[in-house]
Each structure stands twice: as structure tokens, then as C-alpha cells.
Design a protein around this ligand. Sequence first.
Ligand SMILES: CC(C)(COP(=O)(O)OP(=O)(O)OC[C@H]1O[C@@H](n2cnc3c(N)ncnc32)[C@H](O)[C@@H]1OP(=O)(O)O)[C@@H](O)C(=O)NCCC(=O)NCCS
Length: 144
Amino acid sequence: MAKTLAEVIIREMTLNDHEEAVTIWENAEGISVTKSDSRDNIFRFLQRNPGLSLVAEKEGRVLGTVMGGHDGRRGYLHHLAVIPEFRGTGLAKWLVDECLERLREEGIEKCHLFVVKENDRAMRFWNKSGWTRRDELEMFSKEL
Ligand SMILES: CC(C)(COP(=O)(O)OP(=O)(O)OC[C@H]1O[C@@H](n2cnc3c(N)ncnc32)[C@H](O)[C@@H]1OP(=O)(O)O)[C@@H](O)C(=O)NCCC(=O)NCCS
């Protein structure tokens, strides 16, 4: 049966959501769960970016997540994921819209995010949601 968003709420993510969120991320193709997602690290992220990471919940069950943050200049979204049975209901759009609204309220005017190149589903979602793909950029990383 098609799922609806009746009785779904969006609320701030807390550390209590960590375990459920990690399970969702681990089962979401296109999201890599690494040691950066440990309980301690998520705690630090939530503390540094209060009110910007969200979960969608229904009857106590987490259906989707988005983590938002900013560095004072630009916003960044991480770990947008919706459990398979609730995809296509508009839930990801709702999570992202709410997160962007909160970033806007903090004076952030532009937001970036990273997508694994093979993640076609996510590419289609972001394209359809009005995001611009930055073909002129490559990502560089370094272990510290
Ligand atoms: C990407 C993802 C979050 C989309 O979640 P979703 O809840 O299905 O998306 P929504 O229902 O909110 O869709 C919003 C819009 O995007 C479109 N869309 C979503 N997925 C799509 C797809 N695979 N192909 C084409 N359009 C898509 C919807 O049709 C909808 O458009 P509309 O408003 O015109 O109807 C979900 O597929 C997911 O969790 N994937 C695994 C994790 C992942 O890849 N996350 C992104 C990391 S960058």
C-alpha cells in the first residue's frame, strides 16, 4: 500500500537517534558510514550545529534523516536518507526544505552537499529539487 505522510513529524535529531540513524545510513545505498559517524562525532556535530539536523518520525520510528551544518559562510547537508518504504512520498523534500529554512534563518545564503558519483537516484533527486551540479569542481581530502 502506498505510504502517506500522515502522522509523520519532523523534529530535531538528538543523540538518542544515533543508533537508528546509523542503521538507516548503513542500509541506504549511496551513504558511507565511517568513524566520522561514531556517537562521539555525531554528538560534536549536533553541538556545533544546534537545531540543524532533523529526523522524520512516525509513531516513534525514525523514517528519515538529514544533517545540516554551517561554518559561518556556507551551509552543508549530510546524510539525507529515507527508509525505502517511505521513498517517493515527498519526505526527503520536506526534510531538506526544513533544514534549508533553518540555515536561512541563521543567515546562510548558499548550501553545498556531496554526492557519490554512482548515486544516480540521489543525482535525480537533487537535480529535480533545483540544486546545481558543479562540474567545474573536484573534491580533495586529507587525513590529519
Ligand atoms: C535520495 C532520497 C533521499 C530521496 O528520497 P524521497 O523521499 O524518495 O524523495 P521525495 O519523495 O522527497 O522526492 C522529491 C522529489 O524528487 C523526486 N525524486 C525522488 N527520487 C527520485 C528518483 N529516484 N528519480 C527521479 N525523481 C526522484 C520525486 O519525484 C519528487 O519530485 P516531485 O516533487 O516533482 O514529485 C532517497 O532515495 C534515499 O534515501 N536514497 C538513499 C540515500 C541517498 O542516496 N541519499 C542522498 C545522499 S547525497
